[in-house]
Design a protein around this ligand. Sequence first.
Ligand code: ADP
Ligand code: 5GP
Length: 201
Amino acid sequence: MSSSRPVSGDPAGGRLIVISGPSGAGKTSICKAILAQLPRATWSVSATTRPQRPGDVPGESYEFITREEFDRREAAGEFLESAEYVGHRYGTPRKAVERALADGCYVVLEIDVQGGIQVAAAMPNSLRIFIMPPNHESLRARLEGRNTEAAEQLAKRLGQADGEIAIARDSHCYHRFVVNDVLDTTIDEVMQIVLKEHLQT
Ligand code: ADP
Ligand code: 5GP
């Protein structure tokens, strides 16, 4: 993190940015780019019970924990939000987020729609953006191209996409829906939304 002025927007000093969307929509690609471009930005490392997959870096992509450990930490109130997604648990560690916000950082949460709705209630000052694929076929092509899921897991993820989009729309918890057609254009669009939001607060 660089040391410029703290960002504004959250009573704690920083600004929470939620990026949600179906698996394969491009969330991780977009988050990496905005983290590289924003000053004082940090990524929240989620805890998950899903097995590690190729490309994951433990402690950076996720903290990989057992379901028992997840349940224990959830019962102790250690997660800001949590969800079950295609058979696995995911949660955002509360303390790390609160610390980074208190430090005046942008904190980027890449979480599913169930989590986004919980964050909207818990932290209403957060900025929440939902990433959409241009269509179902490109979503399939991207997930297949990423080559990280077994066939059954890939089918489950694709099968969830329409429902996730509908829940996101019905929830009215997202400030913006952004279609990720050309990645560089999407990154510019998300950056514009974040910076405009910053200026307004
Ligand atoms: P998510 O985090 O939403 O599951 P990823 O960022 O992992 O999605 O993107 C899924 C795959 O699609 C990756 O292989 C990524 O390189 C690719 N991808 C992301 N955005 C685009 C885009 N606009 N056009 C084509 N491929 C993309
Ligand atoms: P993946 O297994 O592909 O890394 O993530 C699957 C889904 O879980 C994605 O929609 C991702 O955004 C979401 N996810 C990752 N971490 C969290 C988290 O801490 N909380 C919630 N609610 N969802 C998460």
